[in-house]
Design a protein around this ligand. Structure first.
Ligand SMILES: [Zn+2]
Length: 331
């Protein structure tokens, strides 16, 4: 019933309702040497994900007493379900854990509750205020346990033995501030979260001013390129593609986006918000014009545009202005 993606690693497909990602690939790693099992990534904290996840645990014989958990990154489709489980060990990258902690500290000051401050983010992205309501209802915002921070924090180079696997933690910052992957050097297997995906390009968005999302992401792609990878196990969609060709494709994709942003600013010759620029960029969505995009799609596009704008600004290729707490960019 569950596909064995590699020896003792089961691919469990968790359906993601109301998400264009459709399915999360959760990896159940069985220890064949009597030690503890490990489950990498889990799904949203909702009934549909839970049903699929707990059924797989039962069928495969994984339970809290013999299993630890590992979240590759802070996104709700990877972390939220395990985050809601009591009495479990969750291994989680230090930088993502610290980001969540920092966010909660800020929220305490501003009185905001609910993870990422959507009011603030909507403002930074330059989006109209009515987007806030819609985003609050989005699946990725729901059912997060913001109070939890008792993770076992992992760092680059930490070792994990699960049965006959000897994993090492690899930091792939970019998609989130501190996404991590598990790599077995001898078996050349990489469980990579959303760092590299076969059929869709991982979302690169703006997190905070000090973090250069796109710069870090491109560096992390170069890092993966130097690794010896025979099999890749991704967070979504197919695992069956040429990893190195795909890395080059993703790098090219971002270079084209950077060129497009510069071209738009050159053409417009005015101060523009990320939202205004996103509206003029090319996106691979079904709708044929910006006004037909869902508000959620516009949110992801604006965040992606902002990551590219920040990248260009940090390298002094464009100018940035803060007017009434909104970010504007120009050539
Ligand atoms: Zn993700």
């Amino acid at each position: 019933m569950y596909k064995e993606a590699a020896d003792n690693i089961y691919l469990v497909e968790i359906p993601l309702p109301n998400s264009p990602l459709k399915v999360l690939n959760s990896y159940f790693i069985r220890s064949d040497t009597g030690g503890r099992n490990l489950i990498v990534d889990s799904g949203f904290n909702n009934d549909i994900c839970k049903a699929a996840f707990y059924e797989a645990m039962e069928v495969l014989g994984f339970d809290k007493n013999n299993t630890d958990f590992y979240a590759t990154h802070l996104h709700g489709d990877h972390l939220a379900l395990m985050q809601a489980m009591e009495d479990v060990n969750i291994y989680f990258g230090r930088f993502d854990a610290e980001y969540l902690e920092r966010r909660e500290q800020q929220n305490k000051k501003t009185g905001y509750f609910g993870g990422r401050n959507i009011y603030l983010a909507v403002e930074l992205f330059g989006m109209p205020k009515e987007y806030v309501e819609v985003l609050f209802k989005a699946e990725f915002m729901k059912n997060r346990r913001h109070d939890r921070n008792n993770y076992i924090r992992v760092d680059e180079g930490d070792k994990f033995s699960v049965g006959s696997y000897d994993f090492e933690v690899v930091l792939f910052a970019g998609h989130t501030p501190g996404q991590t992957a598990l790599y077995d050097k001898n078996k050349k297997i990489l469980i990579c979260g959303d760092h590299i995906l076969g059929n869709i390009s991982p979302n690169i968005t703006f997190w905070e001013t000090d973090f250069d999302s796109l710069g870090n992401y491109l560096d992390s792609l170069e890092k993966a390129k130097k690794m010896d990878i025979k099999q890749i196990l991704c967070g979504h969609r197919s695992n069956d593609f040429d990893v190195y060709a795909r890395i080059d494709e993703i790098i090219k994709h971002h270079q084209m986006r950077l060129d497009e942003v510069v071209e738009i600013l050159n053409r417009e010759q005015r101060n523009m918000t990320a939202y205004e620029i996103a509206a003029k960029m090319t996106w691979s969505v079904k709708a044929d014009m910006w006004s037909k995009y869902t508000k959620e799609q516009q949110w992801f596009a604006s965040g992606e545009a902002l990551a590219h704008l920040e990248y260009l600004h940090k390298r002094e290729r464009i100018k940035k202005y803060i007017i009434d707490e909104m970010l504007y960019y120009s050539i």
